[in-house]
Design a protein around this ligand. Structure first.
Ligand code: 0PR
Length: 365
């Protein structure tokens, strides 16, 4: 058998995005795929060989900085939200230089923080959330001590799409002189395009770093995560010497890294513009509303009123429903600790997809 034929067989075993209502990734825009192909053999691990790709990355970081209200953005395009979060926390830890460092994160933080604390040998303190699943700022305050090197707020929680009170967290961070890291891996490319966006970004003086992933709502090709720092100081805190490369220092976590994410993310933002992004976000929010109405009619109540294009519904049978749908090749997620089923309404989750899903869902319940 021809090897491509063989590959196709494996690929056909994968579930198409049109049956996936639980992913924060989506089908990349066509322009993103073209850009990806054009940069297929680039390696920003040795930027001296790829000065053009490096300059493109700088332009993209500047674009993201503009979006996030930062005049001196520094950062890079990485493998995803996990790496971006690692680098945000690692930078703060290096700057604060405490013997027994700890960080304070919301209980709703993504599981990447587990890995971070393991890798970086940092104690993690989890603050409780209020009834709307936003972190309780007074609890964050009570968990801070002289060894706290970073506070984390989330703009678009993984499970519910909720936004923490970043404004209040930032005030607290400034008062205590502790860097605030905002995990906007998902929300970073949603919130700015909503009506009356919540101020989650660098407009808050205490925010020092933000995770923002083009391979989620940025419709770029995988992998494309983003870490943006307020200024160079935070990037400098990550540098190691590179004795024989075309550049003397490297601040990234990985060595070899693709320029494909840079190119595809740039292509999307440049071709759509902020106005095009607004249209897509608007469509996702509309579709979220459609799904929520359908589910409500079927007797399911949302855990919170959806804030963005993520929505979860209470049910004791969450895992059973998920399993049965999966057997029928439909993918949703079940949140174990909340007894809820969860949906992420990405651009590929169209009205048509929702219609098809609901008709299958009726049979399952
Ligand atoms: N921060 C937040 C708020 C996230 O939601 C995620 C991932 C991360 C960080 C980590 O990002 P990377 O996975 O890029 O390292 N959120 C999704 C999740 O865990 C990722 C995902 C995407 C999961 C597609 C499933 C899927 O099909 O649910």
């Amino acid at each position: 058998m021809d090897v491509l034929e063989e590959l196709r067989k494996f690929r056909e075993m994968d579930i198409p995005y049109s049956r996936v209502l639980s992913s924060m990734c989506t089908v990349p825009l066509e322009i993103a795929v073209k850009a990806h192909q054009m940069f297929i053999n680039t390696n920003l691990g040795d930027p001296g060989i790829f000065p053009g790709t490096l300059e493109l990355e700088r332009k993209l970081i500047k674009m993201l900085g503009d979006l996030l209200h930062c005049e001196t953005p520094c950062g890079y395009i990485c493998s995803g939200g996990t790496e971006a979060n690692i680098q945000g926390i690692r930078s703060a830890r290096n700057i604060k230089a405490k013997k027994e460092p700890n960080i304070v994160i919301p209980k709703t933080a993504h599981f990447s923080f587990e890995k971070i604390c393991d890798i970086l040998r940092i104690e993690v303190r989890r603050a409780d959330v209020d009834e709307a699943y936003r972190v309780d700022v007074s609890e964050v305050e009570s968990l801070i001590d002289e060894n706290t090197v970073s506070i984390v707020g989330i703009a678009g929680t993984t499970e519910l799409g909720q936004i923490d009170p970043i404004v209040e967290l930032s005030k607290l961070a400034e008062e205590k002189d502790i860097p605030l890291h905002v995990d906007a891996a998902f929300g970073g490319l949603v919130i700015p395009f909503m009506d009356n966006p919540y101020p989650f970004d660098f407009v808050n003086e205490g925010v020092m770093s933000i995770t923002i992933d083009p391979h989620k709502m940025g419709m770029a090709t995988i992998p494309a995560g983003g870490i943006i720092f307020r200024n160079e100081k935070f990037l400098k805190a990550l540098e190691v010497e590179t004795p024989y490369l075309t550049t003397k220092m490297q601040f990234t976590l990985t060595g070899t890294r693709p320029g494909t994410g840079v190119a595809s993310a740039y292509a999307v933002l440049k071709s759509l513009g902020f106005s095009g992004m607004r249209e897509i976000v608007k469509m996702c929010l509309k579709n979220t509303k459609i799904l929520t109405e359908e589910m409500t009619q079927l007797g399911f109540e949302p855990v919170i009123e959806p804030v963005m294009n993520v929505v979860a519904f209470k049910t004791e049978r969450a895992e059973k429903i998920r399993e049965e749908l999966y057997r029928r090749r439909w993918v949703i997620s079940a949140i174990r600790n909340l007894s809820a089923i969860r949906f992420v309404i990405m651009p590929h989750v169209t009205e048509e997809v929702i219609k098809n899903f609901i008709s299958e869902f009726r049979k399952v319940i």
